[in-house]
Design a protein around this ligand. Structure first.
Ligand code: ADP
Ligand code: MG
Length: 225
């Protein structure tokens, strides 16, 4: 039996704005180790809010969220930050690479916690770059890389803490279809090694490659067949 990585049980997120907004309406979702889930839905439907809750960047108003078996909703801020650093990698549409640092230096700058933070940062960064197929680009500055290579460098940085879960918000939004394919191939490879991946996307190429697809509409999540 695969182990659950994400277990959301009736997670609600209300923003006390005027008028108040229910961004997540009793969302339940289980994602197992090695799953690849695409989250689709129109703008304003709650996708980023879901990602923020899953990434321990925001707390639900009610409901429970277990990450790798740990109930997270009542944890203190410091414990949540450490859990995030150990378990979660983030990938965004823009790559957030520093222009005046080489690829390997950018990867070394990953925020990580625990033992990972102390031992051989450079060796770890080089290994992460090998893993994403950028072993031949370690000394390059970001502007010498293609868009797909930049995103792979950002993924290498996200892998530095050896996360169990990769959370991606429109990871191919800035890429042409050839580079999109390269990133999707990499996701397949990472999954085969047990990484769990959840991707917000509005691109069909991306959701077609996912094993599961969930749609959010007005904060309500429905799994598609
Ligand atoms: P998506 O990522 O699918 O475009 P979001 O999760 O960003 O949607 O937003 C879902 C809903 O929650 C929207 O109605 C948005 O206006 C509202 N929302 C998001 N963040 C906040 C916030 N910090 N304060 C008030 N309302 C918010
Ligand atoms: Mg969004």
């Amino acid at each position: 039996m695969p182990e659950p990585v994400i277990e959301l049980d009736r997670v609600r997120k209300d923003f006390p704005s005027r008028p108040p907004v229910r961004a997540l309406a009793d969302v339940s979702l289980r994602v197992d180790q090695g799953d690849y889930v695409a989250v689709i839905g129109p703008s304003g439907s709650g996708k980023s809010t879901l990602l923020n809750v899953l990434g321990l960047l925001d707390r639900p108003t009610s409901g429970s969220y277990r990450l790798d078996g740990t109930e997270t909703t009542e944890l203190a801020d410091g414990a949540r930050t450490r859990l995030r650093g150990r378990r979660i990698g983030f990938v965004f549409q823009s790559f957030h690479l520093l222009a005046h640092r080489t690829v390997v230096e950018n990867v070394m700058l990953a925020e990580i916690y625990g033992d990972h933070a102390r031992k051989g940062r450079r060796e770890r960064a080089l290994a992460a770059l090998e893993r994403v197929g950028l072993g031949h680009r370690v000394g390059f500055l970001p502007d010498r890389l293609s868009g797909g290579e930049r995103q792979r460098a950002a993924i290498a940085r996200a892998l530095m803490g050896e996360p169990s879960l990769l959370l991606c918000d429109e990871p191919t939004g800035n890429l042409d279809s050839r580079n999109t394919e390269a990133v999707l191939d990499l996701f397949d490879e990472l999954r085969e090694h047990g990484l769990t991946i959840l991707v917000i996307t509005h691109e069909q190429e991306v959701s077609d490659r996912a094993a599961r697809r969930v749609r959010i509409t007005d904060g309500v999540l429905v799994e598609e067949a």
